[in-house]
Design a binder for this molecule. Structure first.
Ligand code: SF4
Ligand code: SF4
Length: 488
């Protein structure tokens, strides 16, 4: 695969040859930066907010491993719903494939928690430590004590943020209000404490210290996402035909361009110089696209697997181009064929991924609609397989185990189905609380006349179905096949 510029794609490099990360990443304003922060706001609002919300008196989202229950949007799911989880995971994977076929690692740049947390941690670092230029200046002027104090403050804030992340993560295994109560009372269990501190340490290492190295060397998706795109995929690309030969004569005046994120760039000082160098390309070699890159790469070298498609280099370069009174888009989302989004969307693989995603979502929706929140397990009494009575009838005893995954309590009636001459001895309705379970023994009888007829049968077994039906909601029912054993 080649880049838009015609340069061949770069082989995997474990140490990017150009990196601006020693002094941190420079902040830049622009549409992609705004989109990134909107994604950060949305994902973090969901993460920090959902564990506090409830639905019909139950957590909106909670993973109750102790009772093998997942609470989601007012419904209760158990181990029997693993198929649903598989469907959701498949839909998520297909959405990732679709995004990769459309636009490379765009998921990494805007949604992946690693990018989101790294962005937040970098923002805090820049707020405390200053811009890369200020940090470099401080180092040159020997203000090491001040740098160390700022570094300690940064780490302290990162630690606090990591603990908040770890605590919130742990709250999803009970609920926010419940965990808050127990935290304030000093009654967090050892498992909860371990989960909280473990996740906090994980976040600190991943987002604070390792940052882009996670995306480059640890994430498996980074390794295989390249095969999901092709020459039609729109990836962040540098237009070499327009940009080269780059001319750094404008570096001095343009060094003023990278003001604080979101500020308007100064008026264009570059146009006269550009006219004086008619052979020069549009790139003024200011290096701003490299300084803002969270992956520490130079996109002008062609497509690189480290690029997470965050678009910050586009924001940076557009700002430079506007200041130089040049058309924007020297760096932009483009494919190596130079064709537009219509061509990308028309790809068979894009349509195939979209269709498969739609089918997976429909499958999940259908499974949810058809789901019966009740489990029934029928176990034979192993102590007495078959019990002959004095009147000639024969009894078999079964243990019914009911698990009610509904949010309401129910009384269940036991029924015998497809059982021929077999009869169910009177059994009281079984009361099962919401999200609870209960076991009861029931007896099935073969009357004396039928038992006498069955004597000497080649197969001393009769098939039957045992069913339980909710009295107030007949649609809530389950049945299970089992066997009635005759005495030998
Ligand atoms: S090259 Fe551009 S799009 Fe890619 S990671 Fe760096 S800043 Fe983001
Ligand atoms: S930001 Fe644009 S003009 Fe500046 S070095 Fe990068 S590509 Fe060239």
């Amino acid at each position: 695969m080649t880049s838009l510029s015609g340069l061949p794609a770069q082989p995997i490099q474990f140490h990017p040859p150009v990196s601006s990360l020693r002094w941190g990443v420079r902040a830049i304003g622009g549409r992609f930066n705004r989109a990134r922060w909107a994604s950060v706001g949305l994902t973090q609002a969901l993460f920090f907010g959902l564990c506090w919300l409830s639905w019909n008196g139950r957590p909106l989202l909670s993973f109750d491993f102790a009772h093998q229950r997942v609470h989601l949007l007012g419904a209760i799911y158990g181990p029997q719903d693993l198929l649903l989880l598989a469907g959701l995971l498949m839909a998520g994977a297909l959405a990732l494939f679709l995004a990769s076929a459309l636009s490379g690692r765009v998921f990494c740049g805007f949604v992946c928690p690693q990018s989101v947390y790294t962005g937040v941690f970098l923002g805090v670092e820049q707020w405390v430590m200053g811009t890369p230029g200020q940090r470099r200046q401080r180092a040159r002027s020997g203000q090491h004590l001040q740098s160390a104090a700022r570094q300690a403050l940064t780490w302290g804030l990162w630690g606090g943020m990591s603990l908040a992340l770890g605590w919130t993560f742990t709250a999803y295994f009970s609920s926010g209000p419940d965990l808050a109560r127990r935290t304030l009372a000093g009654a967090m269990g050892p498992v909860e404490l371990g989960a909280c501190l473990g996740y906090a340490l994980f976040a600190f290492l991943q987002a604070g210290l390792l940052r882009e190295k996670v995306c480059q060397h640890m994430c498996p998706y980074a390794r295989f996402q390249g095969v999901m795109g092709n020459e039609h995929t729109q990836v962040v690309s540098y237009d070499q035909r327009r940009g080269e030969p780059r001319a750094n004569v404008l570096r001095a005046p343009l060094s003023r361009l990278a003001g604080p994120a979101g500020q308007a760039a100064p008026a264009a000082p570059a146009a006269p110089a550009a006219q004086a160098l008619p052979a020069a390309g549009a790139c003024v070699d200011c290096g701003l696209c490299v300084q803002v890159c969270p992956a520490g790469i130079d996109i002008r070298q062609g497509a690189q697997y480290e690029c997470i498609s965050c678009g910050l280099c586009i924001d940076a370069c557009d700002r430079v181009m506007l200041s130089a009174r040049q058309p924007t888009g020297l760096i932009r989302f483009a494919n190596s064929l130079g064709t537009g989004w219509r061509d990308t969307l028309a790809q068979a693989r894009v349509r195939g991924h979209a269709l498969a995603l739609l089918l997976a979502l429909l499958g999940v929706g259908w499974t949810v609609a058809q789901r019966v929140p009740l489990q029934l397990e029928v176990l034979r009494d192993r102590a007495v397989l078959s019990r002959p009575n004095r009147d000639g009838s024969v009894d078999n005893v079964y243990r019914l185990h009911l698990q009610n995954y509904d949010v309401r309590a129910h009384a269940f009636t036991v029924q015998l189905r497809e059982a021929g001459p077999l009869q169910l001895l009177p059994t009281a309705p079984i009361d099962v609380p919401a999200s609870g379970e209960r076991s009861v023994a029931v007896t099935v009888r073969l009357p004396a006349a039928a038992a006498a007829e069955a004597q000497g049968a080649s197969t001393p077994v009769l098939p039957l179905q045992l069913a339980v039906v909710a009295e107030q909601a007949p649609a809530l029912q389950r049945q299970q096949a089992t066997r009635f054993l005759l005495p030998r």
